[in-house]
Design a protein around this ligand. Structure first.
Ligand code: 0L1
Ligand code: MG
Length: 252
């Protein structure tokens, strides 16, 4: 267990100092990788950060192919990771940040462990276009499945557009992510498990199995719909999701 605590401290320090650390190298089981994640997040909570929800990862083929990982993962989101819509982030706060287009859910009721997509929808108070800023703490943004789980699934920042009424068909919404006015990723919400609601169903199960309940007020990021794009100083990133709205931020 002390080894796991040491790894958690190393990953937390890499995040805190925005300095890359070597990969762990497939030395952990999946269960131990989540224990490391929990322990490194406990260090952040002890510094005053508050958990505000969870993010799902590798819920689309595009993301699995980009990173060479083929299983769904999840990570914790804190209030310190939330970036105001239209706001700015500091490039120097990250190791090698990337951005990806997502759909976010805001819960208005608890999500039970086992729920159908329709049951999950009934617990949703809002849905929004969202951008996730991912930042692996590993050198060269390279990792195994257990490496990335231990590293809080590369969670780093997230930006959420205006919440919309969830009573729309989420299964095939067009998504265009622009950087500096140029379309860089074009996709559909269908890429997220056929419908982002399925990611919410999976989130309920995975979080519950790890002893984390999802309740009213929690945010769930459904996972990248396309491959991620590198960020550079000066970038302006904007995502438009058909029928849902837009969200944007700058890199300073
Ligand atoms: O949304 C996603 O699929 C993000 C996965 C996080 C892991 C990564 O690509 O760094
Ligand atoms: Mg993501």
């Amino acid at each position: 267990m002390s080894d796991l605590m040491e790894i958690a401290a190393r990953l937390d320090a890499a995040m805190f100092n925005a300095t890359a650390t070597p990969q762990l190298g497939d030395t952990l089981s999946v269960a131990d990788a989540y224990r490391v994640q929990e322990a490194s997040m406990a260090r952040r909570y002890a510094r005053g950060e508050r958990r505000v929800g969870i993010k799902m990862g590798f819920t689309s083929r595009a993301k699995m192919a980009q990173m060479g990982v083929d299983a769904m993962i999840w990570g914790r989101l804190t209030d310190a990771m939330l970036v105001e819509d239209g706001g700015a982030v500091r490039f120097s706060a990250y190791v090698h940040p990337r951005v990806e287009p997502e759909i976010a859910f805001l819960l208005k009721a608890p999500l039970p462990r086992t729920v159908t997509p329709a049951g999950a929808l009934a617990a949703v108070g809002g849905v929004a276009a969202a951008l996730e800023i991912i930042d692996s703490r590993y050198e060269n943004f390279k990792f195994s499945l257990t490496d990335v789980i231990a590293d809080n699934s590369s969670s780093s920042g997230f930006v959420i557009g205006p919440w919309a009424d969830p009573a729309i068909d989420l299964s095939n919404l067009g998504m265009i992510m622009e950087i500096d006015g140029q379309p860089r990723q074009i996709g559909s919400s269908a890429a997220i498990l056929g419908n982002p609601l399925r990611s919410l169903v999976a989130a309920a199960r995975l979080a519950h199995d790890a002893g984390e309940s999802l309740g009213a007020g929690d945010i769930v990021m459904a996972g990248g719909a396309t491959a991620a794009e590198h960020l550079s100083v000066g970038n302006h990133v904007r995502l438009v999701v058909s029928r849902l709205g837009r969200v944007e931020f700058r890199v300073g």
